[in-house]
Design a protein around this ligand. Structure first.
Ligand code: F6R
Ligand code: MG
Ligand code: MG
Length: 369
């Protein structure tokens, strides 16, 4: 029997601003997940938070895009929204953009990443969850760990990976449907780089191993802006990455995160800051940020999860966090000039555009002498 790993996350309200869900919300989500396990819908499940987002890791046998599982996640977030409203929390129900559930959480606000697998005898995987960033935050680390021998020594050393990986990449600004392209490394390396250099438009949807045909990674691709037609919070994506044996090792997958790469997100979703790898259940603070990513490692066996290993809760990452703070402060020192703030097409609030219209009327074109 195949096992499905589903991660669905949403911001349904938070304490103190856009900072973290309340304990009561987390407790309610945990109760609902336990009920799902008792009822047999789920074989296992976990509830975590990253900044103001609650992530549900649901294990089951119903495959991806399953109506019952998606409805379960939606209903759980309706429950946490009720708690948030009853406590007067900020942004209650923020990511539930539609009034009624209609079959699949995709296109309704919550982010989701799912993979159906034939469990290997040992099945280690990592769940990444981000806050104050868009789905393009995964472009750099996913491409590097699957395509670059700088991070993935296995590409040179392990025969299984020698044939490379296939990247399915989505144009997330196309709103009529899913517009995707399928490209492989090594042969399409430069074409993939050409797309991934623009993480606000082109986003990795999944990664498949060429030799085995097995899915190695899946990531959420939704852009709330495109669903709602206006800014309603950053997308705050999730990803599942399978590790070891025929896939990159856990350490190879974590390796690119040591860069603390710059991404668009942070305060008002409109600033470039360095991504900080953080421990599970970390809050948002400085300048409504910085952009944070958590990484939880599990093994799943016959549908049951082990405890989580909190990969960024290790002394090495203290140094990376310090580096990320320094990089963010360097960029923040430039305020709103140039690359510090998003370009016109990615500004998430409308103030600049409105003011530019007003100012444009005051511009005069000088007569030529
Ligand atoms: C970014 C984010 C925050 C808010 C900011 C203003 O994703 O959630 O930075 O954009 O706190 O929030 P509002 O407009 O809700 O007052
Ligand atoms: Mg929020
Ligand atoms: Mg969030």
């Amino acid at each position: 029997m195949k096992t499905t790993l589903t991660v669905i996350k949403a911001d349904t309200g938070s304490v103190g601003g856009h900072n973290r869900p309340s304990n009561a919300m987390i407790n309610r989500a945990e109760e609902v997940v336990q009920t799902g396990i008792k009822n047999g819908l789920l074989s296992d499940g976990r509830v975590t938070f990253t900044g103001d987002d609650i992530a549900l890791l649901l294990v089951h046998t119903r495959g991806v895009d399953n109506l019952d599982i998606h409805k379960f996640a939606w209903d759980t977030f309706v429950e946490t929204t009720k708690i948030a409203k009853s406590q007067g929390l900020y942004g209650a129900g923020q990511d539930l953009l539609k009034d009624a559930f209609s079959g699949n959480v995709r296109g309704m606000g919550p982010g989701s990443a799912e993979v159906e697998i034939e469990e290997r005898p040992a099945e280690p995987f990592i769940v990444f969850a981000g806050d104050k960033c868009g789905p393009g935050v995964f472009n750099y680390p996913l491409f590097e760990c699957f395509a670059s021998p700088y991070h993935n020594a296995g590409l040179l050393l392990a025969p299984d990976m020698n044939a490379g990986f296939t990247f399915n990449i989505m144009n997330v600004n196309y709103t009529e449907g899913d517009k995707v392209i399928c490209l492989k490394v090594p042969q399409d390396y430069y074409d993939i780089c050409t797309l991934l250099r623009d993480p606000n438009r082109y986003v990795i949807e999944n990664v498949v191993e060429n030799a085995s045909g097995l899915t190695a990674a899946v990531a959420s691709t939704s852009r709330l802006h495109n669903i709602a037609g206006k800014y309603v919070g950053k997308d705050d994506p999730v990803a599942i990455v399978r590790t070891q044996k025929q896939f990159p090792s856990t350490g190879e997958i974590l390796s690119p995160w040591a860069l603390a790469h710059y991404t668009l997100g942070d305060n008002r979703g409109s600033h470039h800051v360095a991504v900080m790898p953080v421990k599970q259940n970390t809050i948002i603070s400085y300048f409504d940020g910085p952009t944070i990513i958590s990484a939880a490692g599990y093994c799943v066996h016959e549908g049951k999860l082990t405890e989580a290993v909190d990969f960024f809760d290790q002394p090495f990452w203290d140094y990376v966090r310090e580096k990320a703070s320094k990089k963010t402060l360097e960029m923040r020192a430039q305020g709103f000039y140039g690359p510090s703030m998003a370009g016109m097409d990615e500004l998430e609030y409308t103030g600049v555009t409105e003011n530019l219209k007003r100012l444009d009327n005051k511009f005069v074109v000088r007569e030529k002498k």
